[in-house]
Each structure stands twice: as structure tokens, then as C-alpha cells.
Write a protein that binds this ligand. Structure first.
Ligand SMILES: Nc1ncnc2c1ncn2[C@@H]1O[C@H](COP(=O)(O)OP(=O)(O)OP(=O)(O)O)[C@@H](O)[C@H]1O
Ligand SMILES: [Mg+2]
Length: 237
């Protein structure tokens, strides 16, 4: 029997696993930007993002980060621990870019005196508004203890990924994480890919991420392929 489709997101589909503790994330070729305003099918993106995510999640697991990753079932389908997603996106910033630059009027690439952590409500209808910790705890989206765990994990993930991408001659500018609860433990869920990160080539500053799609810079998949090629070369495992 085919596994039941639980949810169709903008870039992935979620299926039930063979038991109640697992689910299957299928990485599709769909690309969206501007909260779904811009859409395209980029043939091969699903395979690239699935492989990049699997490399990064195995690397993070090996370095003490609990993730939902179990194994790849094929080129686009990942078996994961099924989690209750915590309804905030955690954004980690090493350099100013994107919405941060726009909101605070600072040029992209401006160095930051400390790592910036931001929380946004996961809500497409509301446009993922930023939330502070007291707002998150007031609405019962996460407890203060859970927030502390997510912040601690996000900073450890940033240190691990920044070091790995540095070896790839890539600057990890910023990225978005999602966490979930599995057996009362907080684990890293969802994906880490050029869809959810900003990657800049260290030598040239060339963008190697979804900004190529958002800003019509061309050769989106060539950039994703380059990230994967360099990651494989760095042999993180
Ligand atoms: N291990 C997991 N267990 C359950 N749900 C998960 C897990 N990992 C990721 N998800 C959820 O699966 C969905 C993946 O689909 P996709 O990323 O395409 O969604 P999306 O369009 O970005 O929408 P959303 O706003 O819900 O994130 C997301 O809702 C994500 O939160
Ligand atoms: Mg998503």
C-alpha cells in the first residue's frame, strides 16, 4: 500500500512512514519565493536538495546534534523521525543580508558584531512575522526552556556548518532552521539546503543559493550543483 500523503508543502511533500514514529519527506522540484508569489519547477532541484540535506544532517549527527534524519530511501525521499513541528522558524545570521538588510537599512554583506538569532512565526497567511521570546512563550508556541534548547542548538549548528562551508570556500551568510519534538526531545527537523541558506563564494561573492531564483540571477541549479560538488570534495563524513 502506498504511504499516505500527510501534507503538501511548497517544496516538499510529507508522507506517513511505515510506523507512527516516522515520516517520509519527498524533496520536489518546485521553487517558490516571496511567500509563494513567484513559482517555478526547476528540474533536478529535489535531488540536489535531498542529497545536500542528507550530507549536512549526517555531519551534524556525527557532531552531536540530534536531527530527524534516519536515512535516504532513494534520490528524493528521506526517511525521518516524525516530529511535532515547533511553529517558529529560527534564523541564524552571520552577515547582514536579505530581510535583515532591508528592515534595518544596512548593506548586504555588512559584518555583524555577534551572531544574530531571529524567530519568526511559521504562518504563510501572516507572512511569517518576527516574534520575540516573550511573545512565543505568551502564546504557548514554545516554553522558555525549549527556546533555550533551540538557541543553543542553533549556535552549535552554526559553528559546525560555518566551519564545514569554510572548507568549501563558501561563506555561510545566514540560514533558517525548524525544530520539532520527538519523544519529548527537541530535534532539528526539515531541511538545510540552498533553499534555506545564503551561500556566497568566498573568492568572488557569487551567490550559490535561492537568491539566484528570487532575484532572477540565472543558473540556479548550476549554483546548487556547485554547493553539492564542494561539499562532497570536503568529505565531511
Ligand atoms: N520530521 C518531520 N516531521 C513532521 N513534519 C516535518 C518534519 N520535517 C519537516 N516537516 C514539515 O514538513 C513540511 C515540509 O514541506 P515544505 O518545506 O515544502 O513546507 P512549506 O511550504 O515550507 O510550508 P510550511 O510553512 O509548513 O513550512 C513543513 O511543514 C515542515 O515543517
Ligand atoms: Mg519549508
Amino acid at each position: 500500500m502506498a504511504n499516505e500523503l500527510l501534507y503538501t508543502g511548497k517544496s516538499k511533500s510529507v508522507y506517513a512512514g511505515d510506523d507512527n514514529h516516522t515520516c517520509i519527506l519527498e524533496f520536489r522540484d518546485s521553487a517558490t519565493a516571496g511567500n509563494g508569489a513567484k513559482k517555478a519547477e526547476l528540474e533536478g532541484k529535489g535531488v540536489l536538495n535531498a542529497e545536500i540535506t542528507s550530507i549536512l544532517y549526517r555531519y551534524l549527527e556525527k557532531n552531536g546534534i540530534e536531527t530527524h534524519f534516519v536515512k535516504m530511501l532513494d534520490e528524493t525521499r528521506m526517511l525521518a523521525k516524525k516530529v511535532d513541528i515547533i511553529n517558529v522558524e529560527v534564523i541564524v545570521r552571520n552577515l547582514a543580508a536579505g530581510s535583515f538588510s532591508k528592515r534595518y537599512g544596512v548593506p548586504e554583506g555588512t559584518p555583524l558584531k555577534n551572531t544574530v538569532l531571529e524567530f519568526c512565526l511559521k504562518s504563510d497567511e501572516l507572512g511569517d512575522p518576527m516574534m520575540n521570546e516573550s511573545q512565543i512563550t505568551a502564546l504557548g508556541i514554545a516554553s522558555q526552556k525549549e527556546l533555550e534548547t533551540m538557541k543553543d542548538m542553533a549556535l552549535r549548528i552554526n559553528a559546525l556548518l560555518s566551519a564545514l562551508f569554510d572548507r568549501c570556500d563558501i561563506i555561510l551568510v545566514d540560514f533558517k532552521l525548524e525544530f520539532g519534538k520527538h519523544d519529548d526531545r527537541i530535534v532539528l527537523a526539515d531541511e538545510i539546503s540552498p533553499d534555506s541558506c545564503r551561500f556566497w563564494d568566498k573568492a568572488t561573492g557569487k551567490k550559490l543559493d535561492k537568491d539566484r531564483f528570487r532575484r532572477d540571477l540565472g543558473d540556479v541549479l548550476g549554483a546548487y550543483r556547485e554547493v553539492l560538488r564542494r561539499l562532497k570534495h570536503a568529505q565531511p563524513l
